[in-house]
Ligand binder design. Structure first.
Ligand code: AMP
Length: 425
């Protein structure tokens, strides 16, 4: 059954505890922490503006970084409260704790439409442990609960799951915020009832990370396009040479199973037909783990499905871009997760950008729905400058992958069910 959403909530005059995803990138500049990208803060504005207009008392909670249960000043949410205040055009109170007396005092002083932000919930180890006593402390000020943090919904933590159960047990409603609702709509309903042809583009580093998603999408998609390093494990399964490409030889059997399933189900399953290869050379520089950084030299087009022994495939080639773009052009629904190559290096970004262009075009010209799974795919499409041209970009990396795998996300499961008003009879 569908979950309760913000519009179902009777929030007027109530203390509404809202879990948001404010895990924003921060940089130290002249001794102060500065937010370098406020996308996640902006993404919550529709939910917050709705609650403010409704006359709720809005209590925001979030995590930032991995302070591992300690008060790490560089991971304080204080700078976020300032930025949020600027974006909302009203003062956002900041409370230097997320449980206890300071919070209770601040909430007692709130008026309708006020907003406060609590300090990083991960300053307490009990948050990630989903400790029920801690969840009870968080819930002390919550009459209603809203979860708008899709990116954290795959974790059963005290502020994402434990608190919702407590609020519910006391008769309070627990609803999805607008951002969460959109995530569930696009990654759930829209893909379950996808307009056809439904084309899935999968890329990224490893087959092992995405095999469950591939398996599930083989039940739904008409066409699956595989790029990125993961394509080399499929190529290996088909007997091609992969040279020094990033590959998982122990996953060849899984890849073969997926290829067989695609054939049995009549799903068009396309691998790259050419690539951009380069020679790896160990440099003098060391990475964080003290290993030599690999430099890629002599990038060149490889017009074959085989890679020479001394090179690695780092991007899909021009013929593949053409082939994939032609499939994308026919689509009515597109789901894309994972870049087509090592896009962080612009010499190997053309495949990802080329496919992004095709996705943007079909969205604009034919009204296809294009849904971009979170993480690196979103980074890549933003880097291509086409972020605004797709239908939906997920804000959750791990969460979107788990949701696409068909897993129940604890942060979603804990929300109240919509009560039937006779509409589903
Ligand atoms: P994922 O998190 O699985 O989506 O993987 C994304 C990462 O895969 C990005 O950092 C890409 O640079 C990397 N990647 C994609 N294709 C390749 C490739 N052919 N060789 C090495 N890394 C790749």
């Amino acid at each position: 059954m569908a979950k309760l959403t913000l519009k179902d909530l009777e929030a007027h005059g109530k203390q509404v505890f809202v879990r948001v995803d404010y895990n924003v990138p921060l940089e130290e500049k002249g001794g102060v922490m500065v937010i370098t990208d406020d996308t996640r803060i902006r993404a919550t504005l529709p939910t917050l503006e709705h609650l403010i207009k409704d006359g709720a008392k809005v209590i925001l909670a979030a995590h930032l970084g991995r302070p591992k249960g300690k008060r790490e000043p560089s991971m304080s949410l204080a700078p976020v409260s300032v930025r949020l205040g600027e974006l909302l055009g009203k003062k956002v109170g900041f409370v230097e704790d997320c449980v206890g007396e300071k919070v209770e005092k601040a909430v007692a002083a709130m008026k309708q439409g006020d907003v406060i932000l609590l300090e990083n919930v991960r300053y307490y180890a009990e948050e990630e442990a989903n400790d029920p006593v801690f969840a009870e402390k968080l819930a002390k000020v919550a009459e209603l609960y809203v979860n708008d943090a899709f990116g954290a919904a795959h974790r059963a933590h005290a502020s994402t799951e434990g608190i919702a159960k407590i609020v519910s047990s006391k008769g309070g409603q627990c609803a999805a915020g607008f951002l969460m609702e959109r995530e569930l709509k696009f990654l759930g309903e829209e893909l379950d009832n996808a307009a056809r042809p439904f084309v899935v583009i999968l890329g990224g580093a490893k087959v092992s990370d995405k095999i469950t998603v591939i398996d599930r999408l083989l039940e739904k998609a008409d066409t699956i396009l595989i790029g990125g390093a993961m394509a080399y494990t499929f190529r290996l399964a088909q007997g091609y040479k992969v040279g020094k490409s990033l590959v998982e030889p122990d996953k060849v059997d899984i890849a073969k199973e997926a290829l067989n399933k695609a054939a049995a189900k009549g799903v068009k399953f396309l691998l790259p037909v050419d690539d951009i290869v380069a020679t790896p050379v160990k440099s003098e520089k060391l990475d964080k783990k003290g290993k030599p950084v690999i430099e890629w030299q002599n990038p060149a087009e490889n017009p074959s499905m085989d890679c020479a022994d001394n090179v690695a495939g780092l991007d899909v080639g021009p013929k593949t871009i053409e082939l994939f773009s032609a499939e994308v052009a026919k689509a009515k629904t597109i789901l894309w997760n994972g870049p087509m190559g090592l896009f962080e290096d612009k010499r190997f970004a053309q495949g990802t950008f080329g496919v992004a262009k095709a996705v943007a075009e079909v969205t604009e010209k034919s009204g296809a729905k294009s849904i971009i799974g979170g993480g690196d795919s979103v980074k890549a499409i933003n880097q291509s400058g086409l972020g605004s041209k797709v239908t939906f970009m997920s804000t959750g990396g791990g969460a979107s992958l788990e949701f696409l795998e068909g897993k129940v996300l604890p942060g979603v499961a804990a929300l109240s069910e919509k009560t039937c008003r006779g509409c589903c009879k």
